[in-house]
Ligand binder design. Sequence first.
Ligand code: GAR
Length: 207
Amino acid sequence: MVNIAVLVSGGGTNLQALIDAQQAGGIEDGRLALVVSSNPEAFALIRAQKAGVETAVMRRRDYASAEEYGAELSALLAERQIGLVVLAGFMTVLPDSFCKAYENRIINVHPSLIPSFCGEGFYGLHVHEAALKKGVKVSGATVHFVSGVVDGGPIIAQKAVAVLPDDTPETLQKRVMTEAEWVLLPHAVSDFCAGRLTVDGAVVKVR
Ligand code: GAR
């Protein structure tokens, strides 16, 4: 059984998708063991508490450097024997040392089809604003392993979603979440915990 930690900063709808999947028996060989929020006000914390999942708050500003933040987080995860870290709307950049220590054991969900609309500055609603500004007709979501490069690690799964003529960033965000993110993330987490993912360089294979 893999102990899963979910790192959050906001509303936590992706965390909710994981909670719902767990309750429906959809996460094979894994259990949500810990939710860490970088924001004490995050609604995600309430979702975790309601589901009976342990929570912790770690604000970036309480640490002198990203390194210190990463070290403290590593210690907490080690204590709870965490085998998989999920970034679900986590808005704090983790240091290289942390990403290396958890290589191919950190999964992130990003609200676009990587390599479009990703990297520094592309998070949350900004991603959908950029997609609409570019006039793309298809967007979507990506679930990937985290490397030292922002949104640069091996891709596990992607799902395309139509962009409609009257979309606003908010309507597009909602469609990408419901049709892609909330479907892909629990699936990838289950595949990881059941040992179905193998990483060969930049390529992830799903058995
Ligand atoms: C989600 O759309 C997630 O993909 C995005 O933030 C939102 C968090 O929503 N993450 C990023 O942009 C990371 N680069 P949630 O708190 O309701 O899950």
